[in-house]
Write a protein that binds this ligand. Structure first.
Ligand code: NAD
Length: 498
C-alpha cells in the first residue's frame, strides 16, 4: 500500500524525485508524511548547508507500528521459497543498477562524497542484493551422526525472526544494503533505522523495494532526530530477535547492554583505527596509490580508512614526497562538480575533530608537510588534506579514529617493532601492509590482530568477503557466505524409533 497523499512537507521537488516518493517514513508498506510527534527535522547538504528535506520526526509510535507490521509479515515471509526471495532480491539489484545516476546524486547531496564514489556505492549495494539472491538458494542443513542405531539427526535452518538494522551516515546505501539483502534472503523482515544525518538514500531504497513487490511490513524505514527514541521500541521488544549495528563504539556498547534484556543476537560493525605499513622492500608507487585509496575515500570517513601510516625509515622521505604531491593535486569542492575528489566532511563537528587532531600533533612536535585544514568563507564543511611527519604514538591522531583527510606519517625500523605498534589499539577492523617479501607477508597475516588485511592492497571491501572486525571493532560478519548466518538459526531434529 502506498499512501503518497499523506507524504511529508514538500521542500525540494528534485529531492522527492530522487527518492522516488514525497520524503516521508516508510512503515508497514505505507508512506508516512506526519509523525505522531507532529514534528519534522531537516536533512541538509553538507556542501552548501541547504535544507534538502524536512522529514517527519519519527519516534516510538512509528517504530512500534513498524514492529507490528513486521510481526504480521513474518510468517508469510519466512514461508516464501528461496527462489521467490531470490527473484525479488535480484529485481532490487537490477533496479539499483538501472537507477545508479539518480541514487548517486542523492548520496552525494546528503552525504557529500564525490559523485564517482557515490556511483560506486550504488553498484556495491546492488552487488549485495545479487550475492544474497544466490546465498538464499544455498542455505543448507545436514544429517549428522546419531548416538544410536535407532535414531537419526537432521539439522535444518530457520530464519531468526524480526531483524533491526541501525546504520551510520558514511555509507547511506551500502550500510543498509548489506544488512537488508542478507536478512531478506534468510527470510527475516527488517526494520532499518538509518542515520538521521543521511536518511534519504535509505528511503529511496525502500521505494525500490516496495516497487519490486515485497509484501508490506517486510521492510520498514524509520528515523528521527532523536535516535534513542526511535530505537527504544526495537531494543525493548522481545519479538525483534537480531540487531545488526554499524556505527561508533560508544553507541555499539550501549546497544549491546540494551540488547541483553531481550537476549537479542547482535552483530557489531564498529570503528577502526587502521595501520598502513610500508616496508623498505615494497613497491613504493603501489603503496602511495594504496595509501591514497584507503585514506582519502569518502574524505577519510570510512571505518577502514588508513589512520596511522608506518613507513620504514629508509624509504620514508621518498614515500612522503610522492604522497604529498598527489594529495596537493586533489581537488576539494562540491561532490556534484566534475573533477572533485574531496567533498565536504559530514558536519562542523567532523571539521573540528580533524582540526583538533592536527593541532594536537603540531603542539606535540609534528611537522606539517602539506598544509590544509578548514576552508573559510563557505557554508560547506570543506577540509583540505593535511600531511604530517614526525608523529608519534602518544599523539591523539595515533590513538583514535580521525575520520577526516589528515594523514600522519610515522617511521619504524623493524618488523617486530611495527607489528607491536600496529596492534597497540583496542580496535581491530582493517590493517594494510606493503611488502614484496613473501615470508614477511605470511607472518604479518598471522600477527596483525585485525579482521581485514590489505596485503599490497588499499581497497579491501568486497561483497564476497566476510567484512568485519575483531577486538573493539566488534564481531559478526557482513557479506561473504558468513553474512546470511547472522539471520539464521540451526534447528536440530532428533528422530527416534527408526
Ligand atoms: P554513530 O554511532 O553516531 O551512529 C550510528 C547509528 O546509531 C546512527 O543511525 C545513529 O542515529 C544511531 N545512534 C546514535 N546514538 C544512538 C543511541 N543513543 N541509541 C540508538 N541509536 C543511536 O556513528 P556515525 O557517526 O553515524 O558513524 C561513524 C562511525 O561508524 C565510525 O566510528 C565508523 O568507524 C563506524 N563505521 C563502522 C563500519 C564498520 O563496518 N565497522 C562502517 C561504517 C562506519
Amino acid at each position: 500500500m502506498t499512501d503518497t497523499s499523506t507524504a511529508g512537507p514538500r521542500v525540494d521537488d528534485d529531492v522527492d524525485r530522487l527518492i522516488g516518493a514525497r520524503a516521508g517514513l516508510f512503515v508497514g508498506g505505507a508512506w508516512i508524511g506526519r509523525a505522531a510527534s507532529g514534528r519534522t527535522f531537516p536533512v541538509t547538504d553538507p556542501a552548501t548547508g541547504r535544507t534538502l528535506a524536512e522529514l517527519p520526526d519519527g519516534g516510538p509510535a512509528e517504530t512500534r507500528a513498524a514492529v507490528e507490521a513486521a510481526e504480521r509479515a513474518r510468517p508469510g515471509w519466512a514461508a516464501t521459497t528461496a527462489l521467490e526471495r531470490s527473484a525479488l532480491l535480484r529485481a532490487v539489484a537490477q533496479r539499483l543498477r538501472a537507477d545508479t545516476e539518480r541514487l548517486a546524486r542523492l548520496i552525494t547531496l546528503e552525504q557529500g562524497k564525490p559523485l564517482a564514489e557515490s556511483r560506486g556505492e550504488v553498484l556495491y549495494s546492488a552487488s549485495f542484493f545479487d550475492w544474497f539472491a544466490e546465498e538464499s538458494r544455498r542455505v543448507q542443513g545436514g544429517v549428522v551422526p546419531a548416538p544410536s542405531r535407532t535414531k537419526r539427526i537432521l539439522v535444518t535452518r530457520r530464519p531468526t525472526g524480526i531483524a533491526a538494522a541501525i546504520t551510520p551516515w558514511n555509507f547511506p546505501a551500502a550500510a543498509a544494503a548489506r544488512k537488508l539483502a542478507a536478512a531478506l534472503a534468510a527470510g527475516c523482515p527488517m526494520i532499518v533505522k538509518p542515520s538521521e544525518v543521511t536518511p534519504l538514500t535509505a528511503l529511496a531504497l525502500a521505494r525500490i523495494i516496495e516497487e519490486c513487490g515485497f509484501p508490506p511490513g517486510v521492510v520498514s524505514v524509520v528515523t528521527g532526530a532523536d535516535p534513542a527514541a526511535v530505537t527504544a521500541p526495537l531494543m525493548d521488544d522481545f519479538r525483534v530477535r537480531v540487531l545488526s549495528f554499524t556505527g561508533s563504539r560508544p553507541v555499539g556498547e550501549l546497544l549491546m547492554r540494551q540488547a541483553a534484556a531481550t537476549v537479542k543476537r547482535v552483530t557489531m560493525e564498529l570503528g577502526g583505527h587502521a595501520p598502513f605499513i610500508v616496508f623498505a622492500d615494497a613497491d613504493l608507487s603501489a603503496a602511495v596509490d594504496g595509501a591514497l585509496a584507503s585514506k582519502m575515500r569518502n574524505m577519510g570517513q570510512t571505518c577502514v580508512c588508513a589512520n596511522r601510516l608506518y613507513v620504514h625509515e629508509d624509504v620514508a622521505d621518498e614515500f612522503q614526497e610522492a604522497l604529498r604531491a598527489r594529495l596537493a593535486a586533489m581537488r576539494v569542492g562540491n561532490g556534484l562538480d566534475d573533477g572533485v575528489e574531496i567533498g565536504p566532511l559530514v558536519d562542523a563537528r567532523a571539521v573540528a575533530k580533524a582540526g583538533a587532531h592536527v593541532a594536537d600533533a603540531v603542539a606535540a612536535g609534528a611537522t606539517v608537510v602539506l598544509d590544509g585544514g578548514p576552508v573559510p568563507g563557505t557554508a560547506g564543511h570543506f577540509f583540505r588534506p593535511v600531511l604530517l611527519r614526525g608523529v608519534d604514538d602518544t599523539m591523539l591522531i595515533a590513538r583514535e579514529e580521525t575520520f577526516g583527510p589528515v594523514t600522519p606519517i610515522m617511521t619504524f625500523r623493524t618488523e617486530d617493532e611495527v607489528v607491536a605498534r600496529a596492534n597497540a589499539t583496542e580496535f581491530g577492523l582493517a590493517a594494510y601492509c606493503y611488502t614484496n617479501d613473501v615470508g614477511r607477508a605470511f607472518r604479518l597475516v598471522d600477527r596483525l590482530e585485525f579482521g581485514i588485511i590489505g596485503l599490497n592492497d588499499g581497497i579491501v571491501s568486497t561483497t564476497e568477503g566476510p567484512f568485519g572486525g575483531v577486538k573493539g571493532s566488534g564481531f559478526g560478519r557482513e557479506g561473504g557466505s558468513a553474512g546470511i548466518e547472522e539471520f539464521l538459526d540451526p534447528v536440530y531434529v532428533s528422530i527416534g524409533n527408526v
